[in-house]
Design a protein around this ligand. Structure first.
Ligand code: MN
Length: 151
């Protein structure tokens, strides 16, 4: 997919973030980065179609059933971004500190335009998680939550 928006927002001579030239790694990359920018948030990254689909989550991501989080979709990021942590300089897009909060892999169980169900294998997040479109909160809004165990 396209990294045009990602690149438009950044000055790569000034920020240490990857420009996105490397070939994507095999497998499905999962990561969440804690991003202390103008507003603290957590960036969820899931590898689809050769890029990281990305969502900004304003509260700490849910580790247990029953917690729902708003997740606002942001621009696609290069796959190697999952390994980025450090400082984005003042004045640059997303200025502030980025640290890897969780990482691992995932497997897709279901994927439609409206809904994603993924089995996450991270350290903090494990098991099946839903991302479901939540148009009431705007066109880029999704809800992110852990699937309830079958009873
Ligand atoms: Mn961010």
């Amino acid at each position: 997919m396209s990294l045009v928006k990602y690149r438009e927002k950044r000055e790569f001579s000034k920020t240490g973030e990857p420009e996105g030239k490397e070939k994507p790694a095999a497998g499905s990359v999962y990561a969440i980065q804690k991003h202390d920018a103008s507003h603290l948030h957590w960036d969820l990254r899931l590898e689809f179609d050769g890029v990281l689909k990305s969502w900004a989550i304003p509260k700490e991501p849910p580790t247990m059933e029953g917690e729902k989080r708003l997740a606002v979709q942001t621009e696609d990021h290069p796959v190697e971004y999952a390994k980025f942590q450090g400082e984005i300089p003042k004045g640059e897009y997303g200025a502030g500190s980025v640290e890897i909060w969780d990482s691992g892999t995932f497997r897709t169980i279901e994927r439609t335009e409206e809904k994603l169900l993924v089995d996450i294998k991270g350290k903090k997040l494990t098991g099946p998680y839903y991302l479901v479109r939540f148009p009431n909160a705007g066109p880029k809004s999704w809800l992110f939550f852990k699937k309830k165990a079958q009873s």
